[in-house]
Write a protein that binds this ligand. Structure first.
Ligand SMILES: [Zn+2]
Ligand SMILES: [Zn+2]
Length: 151
């Protein structure tokens, strides 16, 4: 389905295509299914800087400004956003090896980067430019449809 950002910061011609979630493979579990009760049409497009705690991040969009087709995450994760300087990860590879490239920014914001989920010790942090579009199932929908916060 085609999506536009909720907050209106987008260029008028900008739309992003959220494709179907790849089928889960039974033997190697390539893509975890969405939590029971949640579906693709629950997703909205948010910039990383607008993602809130408990939102379930399900897909990125290729990581380039011109890439407008979804790249599904193998394991959707519940956001726990903080600024990169406040990250509790104690220096995961992504926070350490920050390439310093000038990120896109959002109007009226000081932050340039957001860490949406700190490292769990195995996977590094999920760090994005605040203007990175993401497909997200809002925390309220996660609660309403599953009866519990995203794990
Ligand atoms: Zn980190
Ligand atoms: Zn972090």
């Amino acid at each position: 389905m085609y999506m536009t950002p909720l907050d209106g910061y987008h260029r008028p011609d900008a739309t992003w295509l959220l494709t179907s979630r790849p089928a889960t493979k039974t033997k190697y579990l390539m893509y975890e299914p969405l939590p029971q009760g949640l579906a693709l049409h629950d997703a909205v497009l948010l910039y990383a800087g607008d993602v809130r705690a408990g939102d379930l991040v399900i897909a990125e969009f290729g990581g380039k400004p011109a890439a407008r087709v979804s790249v599904h995450l193998r394991t959707p994760y519940a956001a726990d956003p903080h600024t990169v300087s406040d990250c509790p990860c104690a220096g995961c590879v992504r926070c350490k090896d920050f390439d310093g490239a000038e990120p896109h920014t959002l109007p009226g914001r000081d932050e340039r980067w957001a860490c949406l989920a700190p490292s769990d010790g195995e996977e590094p942090c999920w760090v994005y430019s605040v203007a990175t579009p993401l497909a997200v199932i809002p925390a309220a929908a996660v609660r309403a449809r599953t009866g519990r916060p995203a794990a």
